[in-house]
Design a protein around this ligand. Structure first.
Ligand code: TYD
Length: 141
């Protein structure tokens, strides 16, 4: 069963050119899943908090394409705060992790590469249900 320690920061390879940088991620090369969906958060009002859910199966790579924000990860036992502020860093979020997002800087863009298409049935949106799910899962191992 996954813990917050399985959520790691990955260095995205960078190609430096005379007129700027190009960061590249490729399925199965430096992403351990096939990307099925890309979405991005932007125009997030200052002071807003987002998230407040977990996923049963979904894996994600989260990138601060512009600006900065903080992810608060929670595996039911421990919490970890991760500040993202550079496009050459990706946060890998494994399944079964509750996440909240906060401290979006003005103009920030949060790009997410996702292992599955959107499906509401993959969400756990109630914290008590999340804890119950994690406890049931840990009893199986
Ligand atoms: P949600 O994942 O809860 O947003 P966040 O974690 O950023 O706070 O999604 C917010 C709304 O957007 C929700 O009604 C579902 C919808 N949505 C889609 O329709 N497709 C998607 O790919 C995503 C990520 C969200």
């Amino acid at each position: 069963m996954f813990s917050v320690d399985d959520c790691k920061i990955i260095e995205v390879p960078v190609v430096h050119t005379e007129a700027g940088n190009i960061s590249v991620l490729e399925n199965q090369e430096n992403i351990p899943f096939d990307v099925k969906r890309i979405y991005y958060l932007y125009d997030v009002p200052m002071g807003s908090e987002r998230g407040g859910h977990a996923h049963y199966e979904l894996q994600q790579y989260v990138i601060a394409a512009s600006g900065s924000f903080t992810f608060v990860l929670d595996d039911g036992c421990r919490k970890k705060e991760i500040f993202l502020n550079h496009p050459n860093k990706a946060l890998h979020i494994v399944p079964g992790i509750w996440r909240e997002m906060k401290d979006f800087s003005s103009g920030s863009v949060c790009v997410v590469l996702a292992s599955l298409k959107y499906s509401e049935s993959d969400y756990i949106r109630d914290y008590k249900s999340f804890i119950k799910y994690k406890n049931e899962k840990s009893r199986k191992y």
